[in-house]
Design a protein around this ligand. Sequence first.
Ligand SMILES: Cc1cc2nc3c(=O)[nH]c(=O)nc-3n(C[C@H](O)[C@H](O)[C@H](O)COP(=O)(O)OP(=O)(O)OC[C@H]3O[C@@H](n4cnc5c(N)ncnc54)[C@H](O)[C@@H]3O)c2cc1C
Length: 815
Amino acid sequence: QRSPEHHRPEAEATTTSDKLIHRLRRQNKMVARSYVVFLVCYLIRGCNAVDVGSCAVYCQPGDDCFPAAAAWEALAAQLSPNALYQVPTGAELAALYTQLCEYPGDVEIISRYGSPFDNLTNANPVPTNPEFDADLVTYMDSLPWNQDASGERITAPWRAKADLRPDEFLGMHLFVKDTFSWAKVYGFHGLCQGATHAQYVDLNPKEELNLPAYTVAVKNAKDVAVALRFAKAHNLQVVVKNTGHSYNSASTARGSLMIWTALMRSTPTINTDYRNTCGQHISELSKGFGRVEGDVPQGVVIYDAGTPFREVIGRAIQDGYYLVTGDRPSVGPGGGWLLGSGLSFSHRHLGYGVDNVVSFDAVLANGTIVTADACSNTDLFWALRGGGGGSFAVVTRVKYTLWKDSPIQDLKMHPVNMLGQPWFASYGICDSARFAKLAEATQVSDPTFSVTSMLAFWPAKAGQAADHDFSSCPEGVPADKEAWQFESKDLSSDEQALCVAGKTAHLCGTWGELYFDFQLNADPRWGSHPGPTVQFRGTRAEARETWLNRLDEFWNFPGAASLGEAFWGSPSLYEVREFESFQDQRMRDAFLIGKGLVDVYTYSSSGACPTASSAGECVKEWVEDLTGQTYVGPTTGIQFTDAYPIGFDIPPGMCRAILGVTDETQLKSNPILNTYLGKVMYMLGGKVNLVAPDATALGPAHRTGAFYLVSLPPSYCVLGFDLGGAQVLGASFNHWSLGGLTDEADFDAFAWGSNAPRLKKIKAELDPTHVFNARSTFGYLPVCPKPSPEPCVPCPAGSKAPERKLLFTSLPCCH
Ligand SMILES: Cc1cc2nc3c(=O)[nH]c(=O)nc-3n(C[C@H](O)[C@H](O)[C@H](O)COP(=O)(O)OP(=O)(O)OC[C@H]3O[C@@H](n4cnc5c(N)ncnc54)[C@H](O)[C@@H]3O)c2cc1C
């Protein structure tokens, strides 16, 4: 019999308890080693945060080495006024966080201020009420961008099939949610986290709030440099935060010093004659991108890192330019969006955000202010283009490519995700569950519904020719919705229903083939965001030539119009809206609904802030009145009245991943992918795949992948996982969700693949002591757990307790 202390050597450990004991021993050794190295470093003042390969040690509140109040006061004196904020703790923090960061729901806000609709006639914020507020409608009607060419008010018919006009949508949602969203981004010194899980330690709602000890609302590069030098001198962990859109606590960490960049804003300027530090003119920096042959960049827009997309876009469209942007005006173009990739519906022909940035001003971990471009600080320039935010430097200013403008076509293909389960707006025509009846009637056990089987196997099983000529069914083309619903019928006795099922199978297979082809090979002017709607940058005629004609051809079979009427109330397969320019699209797109230009209207007509003359002033009043806190955010300018999510998460157990296609034929036989094809969020490919995977630090999957899916079961979220014709190539860093990967150590490889080693080297050179450190950023190291204090033991009789000087503070206390 072995006693519990006598465990097998590690190599031989087989039982769970043996393995656990070895793991704990290893961890203790590592923690002990971290602290020894830290102590040496601290004494010789040669380094601070210590990277020992597995965890990092910082001075945190409560530690002897944490700066005293006087040191913080001295720091505040060197910074812009009101920049430094000490984060409260305990009940005070909890109360403020609840008031400012957690959406209380419309009811509470309305009960505080009265209904925002009180001042409006016929007020009733119910989507289907036809008498929705007449004042707002009149106002919206008066805006030119809310009309189409014939002067008709634009509707957004596909939006939830509710036939909502943009003004209805605006009136319903914006006042309350935007007020809250604005307060959430600017109201609490940068402390609110966008994603609900991100606000807790370890993304675990059962844990405490994951907030820094201090936050610095930097206004300029000097503030950043001062804060970083202070952090380095005192061995503080630094996190960088802009808008807080990160899903994964990438911009916060408990006990850290947060550098909050959202107030570092400038009025964007345009330079059409920009040259980088090598003297190259902007027109030479296109790198093979462009809408059409010969297209070259027109100039750069220059903005400080905290300037929101709305203002950068607002400046560019004034002069008639286009730029690659995220879809929401609340996402920041100078932070994580840009550094992590910069996905857009237009990236297939103009490149990702990282392909469009030509210069960064940034502050290094040691407080040095630098410019990084193709010829200066080139390693940093490489790393910042795709290596992600929060790890290499704090970006303070960006120079970003402008392109010629063009019309934009926004296309919704009604049955776009009819291949699988709906996630956005689907009619489920090809949902495999629908065909279960066909399998049952034809006695196929364990059926497979893939593109290939739909084309031939299932029509044959139903005794049909491999076509979708519904007029050849016994009773001809089904006339109404009921007649199309074969799944509710007994297929073994109902010949018409059996025929409809077989023909529908063929239709679904044909659609699958066409849609696959589009996803993989579309003209690069087509792209998607948010999938499954797709957009085209060009004229209607170009869109026809490159895709719409093929859709018309596809939708030309006996029964097509009847099917459309039955399922989505229109004989047509698709709906396309033309925007004459970028401005037109940003102002009246159904998804973006032009919220920026009506903010003053919504705020002033809400009655919530009778004395405020701008949306920002209204928020200031609201925040200060509600919390007694000083509001430090913006009060003027076009702000983003964008319904920034009130709490969003990519739930654990779901993975977002980039897939590459290895075998198209196999893919079409694969039932799994059919299910997920409807969930393509972004189409990749096009011109971004012509860039060498190591040209920027971006995860190579972005250069070799075919599309980016929003949800895969966690078991598939493994690098190189073979889905049968497709392979999981990695993560889209910007939408990283932790789903499927439980160990953050795998994250660097999953997100950056073959670019990870070079990034590691650059990180070691630029930030050798790991000042920048946050979850889900490159090179993340968890903070080492504090070693538990040694128990006090009485000193032997007669011996004298050692004097507790600096070096001996960690010794056991004998007395
Ligand atoms: C509603 C919504 C819409 C989105 N739409 C898109 C989209 O269209 N396209 C797309 O690609 N992504 C999109 N995203 C994902 C988004 O790009 C990422 O969440 C991104 O990380 C946000 O960056 P941020 O700076 O705004 O947020 P933050 O959470 O403040 O920062 C994210 C990361 O960037 C770092 N960082 C921020 N500022 C700086 C700086 N100045 N210097 C160095 N590091 C910095 C932070 O440390 C952190 O690691 C969207 C997200 C949401 C929630």
